[in-house]
Write a protein of this length. Structure first.
Lengths: 342, 342
């Protein structure tokens, strides 16, 4: 199956439907992935656009650099942008492509586990703005997403595991028994990586394709992300805190929101403890003080997923049964961190 | 009929579907239009966002200012942005709204003739980039366009007539006899302004609604704009030239492209001369030297409407019969300016 992954991309490139091809990389994907990608796709005629990696560069200035290069190399409406990199790169590349000349086509080739199971799918593109994640962006689907676990071999252990939080999230949202959390927890994340990439990204695709513009059904994907995003934003602006990776933040989001689910909707305490133990095998525990929690709570009300001044959470009644539009109070928010840190 | 123009907007505002309302103005619409608008709509609770007018400010920095204000006032996904101003303002406001939180809703209230008959319709939003017009943008439809000729009363004569080039363009594209160029030329642009606004904007709407993403049919709206846009861009970057208004540039685009239509497709010389005489009643003639024309021609190949390195023109076989995807050579381009200046 793996050898087929590039066949569709090769076909559209050979068809000459594109006037020019651009490959967006950062210093990591330039060094570790570009040669592999070129060898596998046999693309010979392309321009490389290189940006600097990292969430701190996922901003409008980096986007301007990409527009500038597209403009310099005279990209036109029939040009193609191939985004080769992690979630930050596919988010920003997708946004740059979708706004250049009111939209050129783009292909995502995720090179991290996070990108493969989550970020490169679903049509959300964008950049951060004023320390708020994904504040500026559009919904725009890639022409194609190429999944190839070969790129994961060059990742550090921390970078690899960063994507696993989203895999766990998908296992908690699906009602397919063979992909539920229980089944997932029995897999070997190294040996079974191809199975994980294919199946757990598909859970997201199925949810998204039923609701492209996040009017309702798609909201369940925000599970773990209401608190998770606020923690991630806070870790990037606070002096007393080291910046957290997306996955590290989402794990805390999942565990606190599951605790809130337990208290509000009766989510099983046994399942909650099992999930906590499983996740803390892979992710270290982070400590928060009272001031941290106050500030994280304040950030919640800026989160783009809220209506007016209400903070809407996705909670779980049980595994595979998410409930949207749940309001919580601050005491329960604080309690959920006590549970997490315990 | 005029009294009804705000009823639909009033209805959606009263329905409480929006968490907050923002009105985007520039110094002109703030001074001349905002009070009128507030009085007519009876909106009481809103935040004003003010930008500086002018094509030279239609850039990503102005857009960042708008995002910044939306963010500062905690706009969320259910906020509404009302764009009250000319074509530059509705273009940039539409883009800012369509990319803020991956898209909030917006309403256009054009205050210039250009905005009323052209810019505020059709879903093209965006900003200029590196001296190229509308290089960055998205297709995104306003929730509503409110047409009210009362705003035109405060415009200078030059600013008013600026939109008339697009009216003439629409009259050359339509095959409705009662709106064709011949009928239009018999109207009084002051007394008949309500008729003009309603009917000539509708010509555009009908073309656009049959082709939202400019795959084919919509291309005919580029008539006059291939050369016109290049002239406008050039006038903004050249030291030897004063910046031209959009309408001033488009008039030259219409006349040169009609001359090319005459030479390549047999467009009637009699009609061409009639149209030239009519337009030069309203717009002064501009002089170009050989160097100007070389540079304008070079700018053409950057124009976003071109496939690869070909320059595609929309030409007219006769009034009401546009033909897309026509390639021309440079000699004919030069000749068309000789005709225009004659």
């Amino acid at each position: 199956m793996k050898t087929d992954r590039y066949s569709s991309l090769e076909k559209i490139i050979k068809s000459n439907m594109f006037s020019s091809i651009f490959i967006l990389v950062d210093e990591n994907s330039h060094r570790f992935c570009l040669d592999v990608f070129i060898k596998k796709t046999k693309i010979s005629d392309y321009n490389e656009i290189k940006i600097i990696s990292g969430e701190e560069n996922k901003n409008i200035n980096t986007c301007i650099e990409i527009w500038d290069k597209l403009n310099y190399f005279k990209a036109d409406r029939n040009s193609l942008l191939i985004n080769l990199g992690g979630g930050v790169l596919t988010d920003i590349g997708g946004f740059a492509a979708s706004t250049y000349l009111r939209g050129i086509r783009f292909v995502n080739v995720p090179t991290t586990l996070l990108g493969m199971v989550d970020a490169s799918h679903g049509g959300k593109t964008g950049v951060d703005f004023k320390s708020l994640k994904n504040q500026i962006g559009v919904f725009s689907e890639p022409l194609e997403v190429v999944l190839d676990s070969d790129y994961l071999k060059t990742l550090s252990k921390e970078e690899f595991i960063n994507g696993y939080a989203e895999v766990v999230k998908h296992s908690l949202l699906t009602n397919k028994l063979e992909l539920s959390f229980d089944s997932l927890s029995k897999l070997d994340i190294n040996k079974d990586v191809d199975f994980i990439i294919e199946n757990y990204s598909e859970i997201k695709n199925e949810i998204v394709s039923s609701d492209k513009y996040e009017s309702n059904k798609r909201k369940i994907l925000n599970f773990g992300h209401t608190i998770g995003h606020a923690i991630e934003s806070y870790s990037h602006i606070s002096d007393s805190f080291k910046p957290l990776r997306h996955g590290e933040s989402i794990v805390i989001g999942i565990l606190t929101e599951l605790y809130i689910s337990h208290k509000m909707l009766g989510f099983s305490l046994h399942d909650l403890k099992t999930i906590k133990k499983h996740l803390l095998n892979y992710f270290i525990k982070i400590k928060f003080n009272g001031e941290d929690l106050d500030k994280i709570y304040d950030l919640l009300i800026y989160d783009k997923k809220n209506d007016g001044n209400r903070v809407n959470f996705v909670l779980l009644k049980k595994i595979g049964e998410p409930i949207i539009d749940q309001e919580i109070d601050k005491d329960l928010f604080i309690d959920s961190f006590t549970f997490y840190e315990k």
